[in-house]
Design a protein around this ligand. Structure first.
Ligand code: ING
Length: 314
C-alpha cells in the first residue's frame, strides 16, 4: 500500500514588531483550516513563525529580546494551534525562538518542533548553521544578528519515525549546507521540513538580482532532495516586516529534485502536495545507494577541517 502524506506548506506573510502572538496564531489557524479543507496530514510553518524576524534588530543586552522567546512549549499563545491540529488529526512543524534555563544558565536557540497527530511533541531541532554576525557591524546596511541571540543547535540533525514516515527538520540557513541533508540522508529521511526568513537583499551584495537569490534558495533545497532521495518542504515567512523585505518562494520538492508545489504570493498562503514516500526508494537504492557507492575513507577532510585551507605552494 503506497505511503502518501498530503503535506501543506503554510507560508506566512510579514509579522510586524507590533503584531501580537494571538494575531499571528489566528492567521496560522486559518491556514490550518485551509489545510484541513485540503485533506492535509501534516502542515509546515516557517522559521520563527510566532514573531517578527527580530535578529535584524540590535540590542546591547540580549535579554532585551527575551520577549520574542518561548519559555515553554506548548504555551497559552500556541495552545489553540495544538488543540485544533489534534482535533483535525494533523501533525505540524513549528519554528520559534526557544529560551531554556538549564543548570542555572539561560540558553537561547532558533528551534522547530514536530508535533504528531495526537498533539504530542515528537521531535525537536535547534538550528545548527547560524548565519550573520554577533556584534553590530557598521559596514552593513542592515544587521543579521542570529549569532548574537542564539547558540548553535546542540541536537544534531535527528530523523524521527512518525506518521509512518522518516521525518527530519532543519531551519533556514541549514538548507544551504549539503551536510544538513546528508546527515539526515544517512538516517533514511523521507521528508525534510524547514522554514526560512530570508532577506530579499543580500547584506553583502545589495545589487544581487532577486532572481539569483531565489535560484540559490530553491536550488539548495532541490539539490538536497535529489542527492538524498527525500522530499523537502521549504516554507517562508515573507513580505515587508517594519520596512525589511523577506523573500517568498515556498516550495515542496520531490525526491527527484522537482518543484511540485510553489507559492505564488508574498502573503499567508497554503501550498499542498501529495508526497508519495515510496518515491524516495528509487534514488536511495540506485544512484544514491549510499552503502554501495559512498567512500567515507576519502571524506575525512569534511570532518577534520572547519575552514578551508589552500593547497601547499609549488
Ligand atoms: N536567513 C538567511 C538564509 O540563510 C542568508 C541568511 C541570506 C544567508 C542570504 C546567506 C544568503 O536564508 C536565515 N534566517 O538563515
Amino acid at each position: 500500500m503506497a505511503r502518501v502524506l498530503r503535506i501543506g506548506g503554510a507560508q506566512l506573510g510579514p509579522i510586524q514588531k507590533a503584531d501580537s502572538r494571538q494575531a499571528v496564531v489566528a492567521r496560522m489557524l486559518a491556514l490550518l483550516d485551509q489545510a484541513k479543507e485540503a485533506g492535509c496530514d501534516l502542515v509546515v510553518y516557517p522559521e520563527l513563525a510566532l514573531t517578527t524576524f527580530f535578529p535584524r534588530w540590535y540590542a546591547e543586552d540580549i535579554a532585551e529580546m527575551d520577549d520574542y522567546f518561548e519559555r515553554e512549549m506548548p504555551n497559552d499563545a500556541v495552545k489553540p494551534l495544538f488543540d485544533r491540529a489534534k482535533d483535525y488529526g494533523m501533525g505540524f512543524c513549528l519554528g520559534y525562538a526557544e529560551l531554556v534555563e538549564e543548570g542555572g544558565e539561560t540558553h537561547r536557540f532558533n528551534t522547530c518542533i514536530l508535533v504528531d497527530r495526537d498533539g504530542k511533541i515528537a521531535g525537536k531541532y535547534r538550528k545548527v548553521h547560524l548565519p550573520g554576525h554577533a556584534d553590530y557591524d557598521t559596514s552593513l546596511r542592515w544587521q543579521h544578528l542570529e549569532k548574537r541571540y542564539f547558540e548553535p543547535g546542540d541536537l544534531g540533525f535527528p530523523v524521527w519515525r512518525s506518521m509512518d514516515a522518516n521525518l527530519g527538520m532543519c531551519i533556514c540557513n541549514d538548507r544551504r549546507w549539503p551536510e544538513t541533508y546528508r546527515v539526515m540522508g544517512l538516517q533514511e529521511v523521507e521528508v525534510v521540513m524547514l522554514g526560512y526568513n530570508t532577506p530579499v537583499e543580500n547584506q553583502h551584495t545589495p545589487d544581487e538580482a532577486p532572481a539569483l537569490r531565489m535560484f540559490h534558495n530553491q536550488m539548495s533545497m532541490q539539490a538536497g532532495a535529489y542527492q538524498n532521495g527525500t522530499w523537502v518542504v521549504g516554507v517562508a515567512k515573507c513580505g515587508v516586516e517594519d520596512g525589511h523585505d523577506l523573500m517568498a518562494g515556498s516550495v515542496i520538492v520531490s525526491p527527484d529534485g522537482e518543484i511540485v508545489a510553489e507559492a505564488k504570493t508574498r502573503e499567508d498562503e497554503l501550498i499542498v502536495a501529495d508526497c508519495d514516500l515510496d518515491k524516495c526508494t528509487l534514488n536511495k537504492t540506485t544512484i544514491f545507494n549510499f552503502a554501495a557507492h559512498r567512500r567515507p575513507e576519502h571524506y575525512r577532510m569534511i570532518i577534520e577541517r572547519t575552514g578551508s585551507e589552500p593547497p601547499a605552494a609549488e
